[in-house]
Every structure is written in C-alpha cells, then in structure tokens.
Design a binder for this molecule. Sequence first.
Ligand SMILES: *[C@@H]1O[C@H](CO)[C@@H](O)[C@H](O)[C@H]1NC(C)=O
Ligand SMILES: *[C@@H]1O[C@H](CO)[C@@H](O)[C@H](O)[C@H]1NC(C)=O
Ligand SMILES: *[C@@H]1O[C@H](CO)[C@@H](O)[C@H](O)[C@H]1NC(C)=O
Ligand SMILES: *[C@@H]1O[C@H](CO)[C@@H](O)[C@H](O)[C@H]1NC(C)=O
Ligand SMILES: *[C@@H]1O[C@H](CO)[C@@H](O)[C@H](O)[C@H]1NC(C)=O
Ligand SMILES: *[C@@H]1O[C@H](CO)[C@@H](O)[C@H](O)[C@H]1NC(C)=O
Ligand SMILES: *[C@@H]1O[C@H](CO)[C@@H](O)[C@H](O)[C@H]1NC(C)=O
Length: 618
Amino acid sequence: MHWRIFFATVICVNGIHASGILYPRPSESRETLTLDGIWKFAIANRTEQNKGFKDKWYAAPLHHNVEVIDMPVPSSYNDITQDANIRDHIGWAWYQRDFFLPKSWKSQQVSIRFGSVNYYAVVWINGVEVTNHSGGYLPFEVKITEHLKFGHLNWITVAVNNTLTPWTIPQGKIVYHNDSQRYPAGYYEQQYNFDFFNFAGIHRPVILSATPKTYIDDITINTTSVTDSLGVIFYSVELGGSKIAAYSVIAEIYDAQHRLVAQAKGLKGEISINNPNLWWPRGMNESVGYLYTLKIQLWNDAKNVEGDIYRLPFGVRFIEWNSTGVYINGKSVYFKGFGRHEDAILRGRGLDLVTLTKDYNLMRWIEANSFRTSHYPYSEELMDLADQQGFLVIDEVPAVGLDNFDDELLEAHMQTLKELVQRDKNRPAVVMWSIGNEPQSQKQVSAHYFDTIVKLVHRLDSSRPVTLVLNKPSSQDVAAQFLDVICINRYFGWYSDTGHSELITYQMIKEVTAWHEKHLKPVVVTEYGAGALAGLHTDPPVVWTEDYQVVLMEQNFKAFDQLREMGYLIGEMIWNFADFATPQEYFRPTGCMKGVFTRERQPKFAAHFLRRRYAQLT
Ligand SMILES: *[C@@H]1O[C@H](CO)[C@@H](O)[C@H](O)[C@H]1NC(C)=O
Ligand SMILES: *[C@@H]1O[C@H](CO)[C@@H](O)[C@H](O)[C@H]1NC(C)=O
Ligand SMILES: *[C@@H]1O[C@H](CO)[C@@H](O)[C@H](O)[C@H]1NC(C)=O
Ligand SMILES: *[C@@H]1O[C@H](CO)[C@@H](O)[C@H](O)[C@H]1NC(C)=O
Ligand SMILES: *[C@@H]1O[C@H](CO)[C@@H](O)[C@H](O)[C@H]1NC(C)=O
Ligand SMILES: *[C@@H]1O[C@H](CO)[C@@H](O)[C@H](O)[C@H]1NC(C)=O
Ligand SMILES: *[C@@H]1O[C@H](CO)[C@@H](O)[C@H](O)[C@H]1NC(C)=O
C-alpha cells in the first residue's frame, strides 16, 4: 500500500537549488563514526607558505615532511600550545589522522562532514583532494565512497587557511609594512574589521556517515498555520543517489511521547496535527520548546523492503511580523537576552559541550528568552538546545563590519546566507535572520547591496523576518529601509560621552524614536553595555568598575521601559553574555570585558541586577 514515485524530483526553493546538509543522525539505515580526537598538526613556515602543497604533505604521513604536534579536534589551535607563533599564525595549518572503516560500510554511500573549519579548508582522503570550502562557521560535506579503502588504513589530511581578505565574510586584509626604520623586510600582519579574536582550526565535529545508496538528501518542514485545535505543516523531501524512482516516501509525525499522531505519503505535502502542542519560547506559555519528530522513510515497493530512514525534530509554531512587532503563534514577543560569542577558555571557538551547557544554565537562571548568534552562526549542537529549551534566536552570518560592497563580496555574502538558511531552516528557535552586523551602511553603494541580500533571504525563506544590525546614525543609514525589523547597537555613556551616565536615558530614547519614526518598524537594541573588570569597585562609579556597568544598565532600562510603552521597542540584548577574547589592544585587558559573566562563567554584580529585570519582563 505504498505509492510509488515515478520520477526523480529535485525540490527547488523558488528556483534556488541547494543540496542538503542534514545533521548526521544514526538510524536503522544510517551509521556514523566520529573523527574527533587527537590529530597530528603543523603550521606552515611563515616565509614558505606553499611548501606543504609543493611537497605534497597530504600524500604521506605528515611527520615524514614536517615536525608535528598533537592537536585536539574540535578546537581552535591558537590557545593550546605555549607558542605565540601558533597563537598568532596567519596562513596555512595542516591536520592529519588515520582511520579504519567497518566492513559493513562497503555497500553503503559514505560521506564526510565538517561542522566548521575557519576559514578556508582543503580536504584530502588517501592523498586525493575531495573538497574545499570557504567560510568559517558553516558545515560542508562530501561523498568519499570511491576514495576509501576497506581492510586498510585510510588517511585524511586537512589544510586550513585563516587568511581574510576584502572579499571574505568577514573581511580582513594583509598589510605589508614598508617602513624599514620600524619593520624588517617583508613584515606583514593580518588586520580585520571586527573586535573578536580570529580563532582558527577545525572548530566543530568531523563525522563520517554511511547511508544507503539511495538516500534522503534534504528535508524541509514548515508550519503554515496554527490554531489551538489545528496545526498545519508543509514538508518536502529531496532524495539523492541511484535508482530514486524505485522508492516511495512515507512521512510520519510522532509526538514527544513517541506516539504516531499523523502521516502522509509522497515527496511533499501538507500534514494536519489535531490539538497540536505548539512550540513556545520561554516565558510565553507554560509549555516551552515542545518538539515533534518527523520520520521520513523510503520504501522499495518492488522488493518490499525499507530504505533510508531519517528523523528530524521540529516545532509547530507560526511567525508573523508587522510595523508593531514580531508574533509567535499570534502572541507578541519581547526579546530579553544577549549578544554572545562562542568563546571557551583554551578551546577558543572549538565546540565545548561543557561551556555550551553551562551557558544555557546561566541563561535560564537569569531568565533570558533569547540571544543573537553574534557574529557568526553557532554550532548545531548549540542550536539544538535552543530548540529544546525554547530560546528565540536571531541567526546571524559572519558579515561583520563590511566596508566595501562590490559584486565579489556580495557573492560570498549570498553564499554564506544560502548555507545558513539551508542548515537552520527547520529550527523553531530561529525566528529572525540577521544578514550582518555594523556595516558601513552610510555608504550609498550599500543600499543596492542590502536590497539584493534581503530579497535573496526572503526568496530562500519567506516565513521569517530579516534584520541587519546597524550602528550608523539613522539620518545617514541607507539599509534600514529594506529590513523587516531594525536592530541597533548603541553605547551611550561608554564609547560616547564616556562616564556620563546621566545622558544615557535621554540619548537612548531619542535614538530609538528616530529610527522608529523614520521607518515605522519595530526596533531591537541588540547591543548596549560597559566593560567591567570583575572585582573592581568605586563609588561614585567610574568606567571599568562593576558599579559603572550596573549604573549604565539602570539608565538604559529606564529608556527601554518608556520606549516599550511607546510601542517602538521589541527587545533588549545586552552586550555581552560573557567576557571574550579579542585581538590585543591597549584598551582590552586580555579581552572584551563587557560580559555580565566572566570568561570563566562566574557572575559579576551586573548578572544579579539583570536577573532581577529579566524576571519582571514578560
Ligand atoms: C622557514 O623557512 C626558512 C627558509 O627555508 C628557514 O630559514 C627557517 O628556519 C624556517 N623557519 C622555521 C620556523 O622552520
Ligand atoms: C592562504 O594563505 C596565504 C598566506 O599565508 C594567502 O596568500 C593565500 O591567498 C591563502 N589562500 C586561500 C585560498 O585563502
Ligand atoms: C576547490 O574546489 C574547486 C571545485 O571542486 C576546484 O575547482 C578548485 O581548484 C579547488 N581549489 C583548491 C585550492 O583546491
Ligand atoms: C607597502 O608597499 C606596497 C607596494 O608599494 C603598497 O601597496 C602598500 O600600501 C605599502 N604598505 C604600507 C603599510 O604603506
Ligand atoms: C499555551 O499554549 C496552548 C497552545 O499550545 C494553549 O492551548 C494554551 O491556552 C496556552 N496557555 C496559556 C496560559 O496561554
Ligand atoms: C500586527 O500583527 C498583530 C498579530 O497578527 C496584530 O494583532 C496587530 O494588530 C498588527 N498591527 C498592525 C499595525 O497591523
Ligand atoms: C515555509 O513556508 C512558507 C509558506 O508556505 C514559504 O513561503 C517559505 O519559503 C517556507 N520556508 C522554507 C525555509 O522553506
């Protein structure tokens, strides 16, 4: 009783085809093998950057060619050793390890998937280049079946390059210093347009996965309407591999107690769920983060055998937005949360499940309901917990501080947005796409640029609002006109009128009012804050003390309360959740100190103060 698919369909989202990047989840038909662990590692000599390519380091054990050290994957390589040359390395770094495969994988289709490698990666399996990828914070995957050996050792080599240019996302540049009075010949440094440390390396899990030769390549699931008695979802499936026509597709929906609640057949269609448990963010309903599971199963009718199976968690929730706000399941949302960084001691930007879990515990303790993935997409492991715990996520690409707006940059920017939407489109926690942070949006050329980007994201996904985080004066900015929601960063009493806390309330009210009146759009203050060294106190408060951080917050809160009353403001996100690493600067005592928690995740006075406020805000 299964309907057959007579043709192979490739689903295109409004003409934009992207192949799937489903997280590798084991099932009855799928197995995974992690390549996380200790790899061999070497950085390229600063003066002979291409030696590894010339001498084919990927074709032999790395230690035959160069002195190697141990390097954990996932992690950033910067803070692991005692060597400042490795911490500050610019250019190529090499990773290698070996592995065996289970015999049972011989008849399977095998892929390798990197959660993220910053910034550029080239991958060889057994000496053969299998893929390369640009962009430091999103996953990439490639089929490697034909390059694998069974019953023999396999080698994987990864070359990683953290060099940023005016055409990478984010941007940077290599500056050669020619002043021979001060610099030796050939001296150069990497400069970049952002103030967080450019951690580098294999940052997220490396996973081998085996699927049947005909496999589920992608799934899209989408809530199209909700009422208390009915939730309607739309799903579509994309298949890959051989003999697709022999298979039919069965879609089943299970509730959180693993009970079958609805089913359908075919590559795509609508499914109704009676009396749905809606996905609610924290604080808006007694039920928070309810997830169903969509089970997609392939069935070979002729042979009467089951094929590939994939289970995808999803939430039933509907987003709307207009000039007054963003609405989840018909209820208006007030964002109370954080700008953050994926930043862990010693691991840098590397996935750290301990820090990640602690951070959620702290965000729940402080009664936040949201965060922005400033200034790059966070790990899928982190995003899973946002879905489960009901945090609202403003999902941002690494387009931070953009200062030129040519076609080459536009191309790279669009590519990172395509990859982000492809990765996170099914996540209930993601309620807004952020296309960047603090661009030079006073430049006229940026108007066409951002118009193009916003149109692309709406084409990729019309179900979520699009924002861009701005910091130019509203009178000069040319980008806000294209956005659904306006996000602004403002440091009154810190970067401007330093120490003058008496001006903060006045200036913030003027500021948000100006943006709202110009565009008639809801505004979120995505950054405000002050640096504070834990344990430093004065009274009356001066900048850098914990006392001043709290006074600055208090003055901002007065403005936020009034602006909310006026109907202009739909959220406040303090900068930052925790202290984090930055490039070395004389005004950065080991990093950015604007956290309400320290880098060790202990509360400053500000954390207790913020908790009192967030507990009262609904
Ligand atoms: C880098 O290469 C140069 C030129 O071959 C050599 O003189 C130098 O010792 C090398 N540096 C390191 C750290 O290996
Ligand atoms: C990698 O690094 C070198 C400098 O170390 C740079 O010249 C080169 O353009 C980079 N290559 C890529 C593909 O990013
Ligand atoms: C990266 O991959 C593309 C497409 O497969 C290929 O054309 C290109 O030569 C590769 N680049 C490098 C540096 O290996
Ligand atoms: C160094 O010289 C190069 C080539 O003349 C020039 O492009 C570059 O701007 C100079 N760098 C600095 C920091 O002046
Ligand atoms: C919570 O949401 C459900 C729908 O998911 C709704 O039936 C219920 O009335 C809501 N509870 C409150 C207190 O609003
Ligand atoms: C905005 O949408 C909400 C929810 O649908 C609705 O209640 C509100 O009246 C709308 N406001 C405007 C100005 O359209
Ligand atoms: C979700 O569904 C809506 C309406 O059917 C569609 O416009 C939107 O593009 C879909 N989003 C994704 C990510 O497919």
